[in-house]
Design a protein around this ligand. Structure first.
Ligand code: IMP
Ligand code: MG
Length: 191
């Protein structure tokens, strides 16, 4: 599709299959945990999904249609790769979180876990806002990269779609300098 791509790493068929599995797994996890507290997650208003824009846009759109719970979306924009950078320059919040999350069970959704700065920043923010529980789902987990220390007593992400090697990937929402988000597969950019 794009000559700038070196190769396709994960096909759209594989992505679709895994995203459906993840949605079912996340739905069951929320239903079980809330049930233990006497809450019916299919009817009660306590689940909030926080997609990290813009990278998580396409993943979130597909994922939430496999999560059969009553839920709300609260978008959050975080920037870590300004322009043509391919290494994190530190995560910065680019939008405000307006919702009151007191007592809510929150799932952060992001496209990819790299240095961990984005998930740390967002987890800390949601914690400050009074979330009752915080989980994170990432489609991709980049292996063999330097990570910041994980949030206290937590993993960066409880739900991971695919572990991938340390390469710069684009497609299915992931961008390089704002482009290639519309590629249906995930590919490695030619360097
Ligand atoms: P972290 O804060 O270093 O963990 O990076 C996470 C963010 O960086 C993700 O939300 C992505 O937006 C971006 N990112 C990290 N690796 C890649 C990549 O290979 N391609 C495109 N974006 C990436
Ligand atoms: Mg991002």
């Amino acid at each position: 599709m794009f000559p700038e791509l070196e190769r396709i790493l994960i096909s759209k068929e594989k992505i679709a299959e895994r995203v459906a599995q993840m949605g079912a797994e996340i739905g069951a996890d929320f239903a079980n945990r809330l049930h233990a507290e006497g809450v019916d997650a299919r009817s009660e208003d306590s689940v909030v999904i926080v997609p990290i824009m813009a990278g998580a846009m396409i993943f979130t759109a597909d994922l939430i249609r496999h999560i059969p719970l009553k839920l709300r979306l609260e978008l959050l924009a975080v920037s870590s790769y300004p322009g043509t950078a391919t290494r994190s320059k530190g995560a910065a919040l680019m939008s405000e979180l307006k919702a009151d999350l007191t007592g809510k069970h929150v799932l952060i959704v992001d496209d990819i876990l790299d240095s961990g700065r984005t998930l740390r920043l967002v987890r800390d923010l949601l914690h400050e806002r009074g979330a009752a529980s915080i989980r994170a789902a990432v489609l991709l987990d980049k292996q063999g990269v330097d990570r910041v220390p994980p949030p206290d007593g937590h993993e960066f992400a409880e739900h991971v779609g695919f572990e991938i090697p340390d390469a710069f990937v684009v497609g299915y929402g992931l961008d390089y300098d704002g482009c290639y988000r519309n590629l249906p597969d995930i590919g490695v950019l030619r360097t």
